[in-house]
Structures are given as structure tokens and as C-alpha cells.
Write a protein that binds this ligand. Structure first.
Ligand SMILES: [Zn+2]
Length: 501
């Protein structure tokens, strides 16, 4: 047995050596980057500041603005060039003020709840009976006409929660995490109609179940529900407006309780949800910094993460960890003095949680530069170790990415994945024809903590984050050194997805 194992180890070593020979010139700088990040990283100090001293960074908020400035200052401190803020416009800034709720009959129960993002509040405290609107296509709404005024509406049966899954085992085109998408899934096109119907019928409020246990809430922006960040509710005549019917997440256990009571008879709930929002569009910024390429400065490799977060926790792992990893990759690339041939650009996007708004705005305003952007890699799946890179179905870049990733196997990177369907800022690039990838990470308890009250600094795993920063730095450097830009995918055939918009 032992000799077989040794033979196996010898084979693997030989394979690694063979893969390495292609990128021998990068071996020394790669090693320098790995050691610098291991011995001199500022990951935890930066992340603690971002999470605890700045706090939650809701898109359009003053805290996010401060985080823009703070990260820019860090990039400058590390010696990056061309550090600046790139503005884009958000329909409305939005903030929660209060959210209280209780079941008043048949028995009194306090509810754990939080308003859905970018929705309106109630007019003071409201009381209404719970109605289950059991519909998954327009004709099924008919029986509810004229019966929903002031009602507290629920839209689906409670369901069992799934355990976190290994992202490598998820089939293509399936989301990694169970989100609040009900089962059976309601088609997105119908969701928009359903919401419009409930608003027309003057429903009092909508309650959604959090898909996390132990009282943890979930959070999304109502206008951003949909697939691949492309579909938005058009509410009040504007894209990404404030949804007029108050909508809230209640704890999974509370939703189950409401359901059980409803099976026995009538249930009455009192809600008081207050939010504030700006009438005018808010100016929001992506933070950008660069290391100019020594040979082809006009050609660019992008490392990205999103600076904005939800506001129930502090966004420590969504996506504070990504921000810290990008900052650290920048620090190490500058500190080691490795001279990339192409420009490495660091972009901290905003508006990701509202449907990739900042990265889409970025791609739009850099339209003429896109042919010179080799590729973009995001770190945005929590604190877990990077186990693979998700190429978002970009088979054109697969072979060259295998070469780029070869030296990273020593960091624990497994085979690359061609899975699609993850809604990260990389998709904004992918959709514009630029290779856009995302780090696939060990999920740990991310499905429970992400977007919840528990997305806090104490979730962060130092060693895994260090490995993430090493993967980012090596990827950026090695892509910047390639003989040519990453190959492009042929333009996609028109799909029905665009018709649902
Ligand atoms: Zn995120």
C-alpha cells in the first residue's frame, strides 16, 4: 500500500512539475507573492476596521461613502496609482428605520422581522388578517380579486431548509445557495405580475420566510429578484424604484408558526414598518486603483469584490472578505515589486446587492476599453478557502486558465469549474463578452450567515482568507504575464431570458 501511495505522490509531483515548466518565469514572483501574503498580510486588521469601525455599507449610504474613501486611502498607502472613485446613479438611497410585528390572534406572538430592501413602510401600525395567495400563474389570481385590501399576504408553503452544499457538486445552472425562491419556483415574469396585482389590490403587506434557521433573517432588494441580475421589477414607473407594498422577511420559525395557525383558522397580525428613502437619485461610487503594466499598460486585468453590503450584520463576509483579499493582493503585488506586464486594476464595486448595479455601470462606462480588458476575477463567496475558479461557462478560456491555475494547486485549488448561474459582479463582465470569473469557496456556514444578522467579523477565518488573497494575487499576476489577452467566447445566441425583462 505504502509504495503505491508513494508512486501516486511521485506522479502528482511529476504532473505539477510539468505544468510548472510552462510558467517557469512566473515561479519566483509567484513564490514571493505567496510568502509576502503569508508573513506580512493586513487582512484581519483591514477587515476588522471595515466591519466593526465602519460597519454595514448599504448602497447609497454615508457609511459606504466613507468605506470608498478609506479603501482608496489604503490603496494609496500601498503605493497604487490612479486611485479614484467612479460615480454611478442609484434610483433612490434607502434605509430602514424600524420594523415591529406580532401575531395578535389567535394567540399573541412577537415576530422577528426586517423590511425587505427598497420597499415602502406601513402607514403607522397596521392590522390585517393573513391570506395565503396560492398562485403560480395569472389565472390563479382571479379568485383573490377584491379580497386582499389590508391583508397580510403570504405566498408559499414553508419548506425544509437544505444543508450547505459543496459548490463543486452543484450541477451547472443551479444556484449554490437556497435563496428565498419558493418551491415550486415561481417564474420571474410572474413574480413581477404577482407583486403588481397585490399592490393594485391594496394588500397591507407581504411576509416572506427567511431561509435560515434560529431566527436569522435574510435580506434582498425587492427590485433585484431575478436571474443573473438582469431582471428587475419596474415599480412606480421606474427601474429599481421603491416597491410600494410593504414587504418583510420573518424568521423561518415565525413563518412556520403563522402557517400552522392558519391551518387551524383565522390569523391576525399587526405590523409597523418604517423606512426612509431619497426622492432623488443618489450618487454612488466604485473605488478603483491600479498597478500600471510595465510593457502593455493599456491592457488590463481586473481583481474585484463588492464594497457594499446588507445592513443586518456588518457585511464582514459579504463581501468584506473579498474587499480585504483584493486590498491584500494589491499590497503584496506592490510590496514585492513584481512588475506585471499588463496593468492590474483593483475595483471595489457597489450596488452588487441591488443586482450588480455598480459593475454593470462600470462595464457600460468602460465600453470602449472592454476589448483590452483581459479578464476579471471576483472574490465574493464568504470566508471559506478558494477551492476552484468558476469560469461561468467560458469554455474558450478554459485551457489557458488551466495553465494559469496550475501553480495554484499547491494552494489547494482543485479542478476549474465551468458552472454558470452565480450572480456575482463577474457576470457583468461575462455578459459584455469579457472573461469574468468568480472564486468558488468552501461554503462553511455561509448559507446561514450571509445577508443575516450573523454576517459579522467573528465568522472570518484568517487562514482561508489568506489563501484567498494568495489566489487573487497569483491569478492577476499570471494573467498579466500571458503572451496574449484571454480568448473571448463567441457571441451568445439570443435567449428567451432577455424576453422576460
Ligand atoms: Zn456578495
Amino acid at each position: 500500500m505504502k509504495s503505491l501511495r508513494l508512486l501516486g505522490i511521485a506522479l502528482v509531483t511529476w504532473q505539477l512539475a510539468a505544468q510548472h515548466s510552462a510558467s517557469d518565469a512566473n515561479a519566483e514572483p509567484d513564490q514571493k507573492l505567496v510568502s509576502e501574503i503569508h508573513s506580512g498580510n493586513e487582512l484581519m486588521t483591514n477587515l476588522e476596521y471595515l466591519s466593526d469601525l465602519l460597519g454595514p455599507r448599504l448602497t447609497g449610504s454615508e457609511t459606504l461613502r466613507r468605506a470608498n474613501e478609506w479603501t482608496a486611502q489604503k490603496f494609496r498607502e500601498y503605493g497604487a496609482e490612479n486611485v479614484h472613485q467612479e460615480p454611478w446613479k442609484l434610483g433612490h438611497a434607502w434605509a430602514r428605520v424600524r420594523a415591529e410585528g406580532r401575531i395578535v390572534s389567535p394567540a399573541e406572538h412577537r415576530l422577528t422581522l426586517a423590511s425587505y430592501g427598497w420597499t415602502a413602510g406601513t402607514k403607522g401600525a397596521i392590522r390585517g388578517r393573513v391570506v395565503y395567495v396560492n398562485a403560480s400563474k395569472p389565472p390563479e389570481l382571479e379568485p383573490f380579486k377584491g379580497k386582499l385590501q389590508g391583508a397580510i399576504v403570504i405566498l408559499y408553503e414553508p419548506r425544509e431548509l437544505e444543508a450547505p452544499v459543496n459548490p463543486l457538486l452543484v450541477p451547472y445552472d443551479e444556484p449554490i445557495m437556497g435563496t428565498n425562491v419558493p418551491k415550486p419556483p415561481i417564474h420571474f415574469g410572474f413574480y413581477a405580475k404577482l407583486y403588481q396585482f397585490l399592490t393594485e389590490q391594496r394588500a397591507g403587506a407581504i411576509l416572506m420566510a427567511s431561509d435560515k434557521k434560529y431566527g436569522l433573517l435574510n435580506m434582498f432588494a425587492l427590485g433585484a429578484l431575478g436571474t443573473r441580475g438582469k431582471n428587475f421589477f419596474t415599480v412606480a414607473g421606474e427601474e429599481f424604484g421603491i416597491a410600494p407594498t410593504p414587504t418583510a422577511f420573518v424568521a423561518w420559525e415565525d413563518y412556520n408558526l403563522i402557517w400552522r395557525l392558519l391551518r387551524r383558522g383565522s390569523v391576525e397580525i399587526e405590523l409597523n414598518i418604517q423606512n426612509s428613502y431619497s426622492e432623488k437619485p443618489a450618487e454612488v461610487y466604485n473605488t478603483v486603483a491600479e498597478i500600471k503594466g510595465a510593457e502593455r499598460p493599456e491592457e488590463v486585468v481586473i481583481l474585484g469584490a463588492h464594497l457594499d453590503s446588507w445592513d443586518l450584520g456588518t457585511g464582514a463576509t459579504d463581501d468584506g472578505t473579498g474587499v480585504a483579499a483584493v486590498l491584500e493582493a494589491a499590497r503584496a503585488l506592490l510590496k514585492t515589486g513584481v512588475k506585471p506586464k499588463r496593468t492590474i486594476r483593483f475595483v471595489l464595486f457597489t450596488g452588487e446587492e441591488q443586482g450588480l448595479l455598480g459593475s454593470r455601470a462600470y462595464v457600460k462606462s468602460h465600453e470602449t476599453e472592454l476589448p483590452k480588458i483581459s479578464g476579471a476575477l471576483m472574490h465574493d463567496s464568504g470566508t471559506g478557502k478558494v477551492v476552484s475558479l468558476d469560469l461561468e461557462g467560458d469554455y474558450a478560456a478554459h485551457e489557458v486558465m488551466d495553465q494559469v491555475a496550475a501553480p495554484m494547486h499547491e494552494l489547494g485549488l482543485l479542478e476549474l469549474s465551468l458552472r454558470t448561474g452565480y450572480d456575482g459582479d463577474d457576470v457583468a463582465f461575462y455578459d459584455a463578452g469579457v472573461p469574468g470569473f468568480i472564486a468558488l469557496q468552501d461554503p462553511l456556514d455561509y448559507s446561514q450567515t450571509h445577508h443575516s444578522q450573523a454576517d459579522t467579523f467573528d465568522r472570518v477565518r484568517k487562514d482561508d482568507l489568506e489563501q484567498g488573497a494568495q489566489v487573487l494575487a497569483l491569478w492577476a499576476y499570471n494573467v498579466a504575464q500571458l503572451p496574449s489577452l484571454l480568448p473571448r467566447m463567441p457571441p451568445p445566441a439570443p435567449t428567451t431570458a432577455s424576453a422576460t425583462r
